[in-house]
Design a protein around this ligand. Structure first.
Ligand code: HEC
Ligand code: HEC
Length: 273
């Protein structure tokens, strides 16, 4: 059934290979206008398999999005901000950024360091950087906004206080069972964080009580930032590459719910009970 397609694919691969061998722009100018402007996400069309969208795929396949978003600062600057800063600097900027991602480090945007990426080849990194530098403000805002949520939830603690969260803690008609996300946070915390920060998030001998950190005003962004980048010199490991943003979000939710007194020590009642 698939046999008749092979010659077509082979020819296409050849053409793309040729394209890749030439400068990126040389290929882009040959593509008909409508196709050159195809959305980068449309991977089914062969036209999008240029080096640029290849770069996007590589960024998405690597650990970059644990710390970066397209249009919003996370642990690191947004891709759009990076594109803005280096616009017009051409190949020199590409080389410099490839080296920076490979070696990691801080200083250009603040004190938080980027983790090194020695396993990525210069060719892959060049494609990634070219995609980042091709971005313009306004792209993908909706995706980031959707993640930020926005709704607030009110709950009563056991001692009668009303507290608010920007994520759901409980679910179900009786609101007694914690959400799947929160339970995920409980499991991850008590598998990976407890040995330093203490079981049930009560603080440990090796590391601070994270409930206190939140009580003192640490925001989700700051929590995410320290969790992903770590503070290696102080014994806090970097979790980027191991955890995704949504895992840290869930752990944060669990610790926050513990801090607010909504979730008791031990295994909280969940949809799995
Ligand atoms: C642990 C979090 C983390 C991960 C993972 C990460 N970055 Fe970064 N990135 C940062 C931080 C923090 C900065 C700002 C560094 C600075 O201030 O110089 C940064 C900066 C950058 C810059 C701008 C560098 C400069 O000097 O201006 C680029 C480009 C970049 N990252 C791309 C990537 C790509 C591509 C990946 C995936 C291969 C990636 N990052 C993975 C945190 C991260
Ligand atoms: C090997 C021990 C260890 C493990 C495991 C560990 N941490 Fe830490 N963590 C530390 C230490 C030590 C600090 C304090 C660093 C400092 O003094 O600034 C810390 C600090 C933090 C902070 C900043 C607290 C503050 O008040 O500044 C956060 C957030 C954090 N850890 C999250 C996590 C999460 C989430 C996990 C599990 C995924 C985790 N940690 C696992 C050792 C650890």
């Amino acid at each position: 059934m698939h046999l008749p397609q092979i010659p077509v694919r082979a020819a296409l691969a050849l053409a793309l290979g040729l394209c890749a061998a030439l400068a990126l722009q040389a290929c882009d100018t040959k593509a008909p206008e409508g196709e050159a402007e195809a959305p980068a996400g449309a991977v089914e069309t062969p036209e999008s398999e240029t080096m640029t969208s290849d770069g996007e795929a590589k960024v998405r396949a690597s650990d970059c999005s644990t710390c970066h978003a397209v249009d919003q600062k996370l642990v690191g600057p947004s891709y759009v901000e990076i594109a803005k800063r280096y616009s017009g600097e051409g190949q020199a900027a590409v080389k410099q950024l490839v080296k920076k991602i490979k070696e990691g480090g801080s200083g250009n945007w603040g004190d938080v360091p980027m983790t090194p990426h020695p396993q990525l080849s210069d060719a892959d990194l060049t494609a990634m950087v070219q995609w980042i530098l091709s971005l313009e403000p306004g792209e993908d805002e909706s995706a980031d906004a959707a993640e930020a949520g926005g709704e607030t939830h009110s709950y009563k603690t056991d001692d009668g206080k009303t507290v608010q969260t920007d994520f759901a803690v409980f679910t179900g008609p009786d609101q007694k069972h914690v959400t799947e996300d929160l339970f995920h946070g409980y499991l991850q915390y008590n598998s990976y964080c407890f040995r330093c920060h203490g079981g049930d998030a009560v603080g440990g001998e090796l590391a601070p009580d994270l409930r206190k950190s939140l009580e003192k005003g640490m925001t989700y962004r700051e929590f995410l930032s320290v969790s992903m980048a770590g503070r290696e010199e102080k014994g806090m490991p970097a979790w980027a590459g191991f955890f995704e943003k949504k895992d840290i979000r869930a752990i944060y939710g669990y610790v926050k719910a513990r801090q607010l007194g909504l979730v008791p020590a031990g295994r909280p009642p969940s949809v799995y009970d």
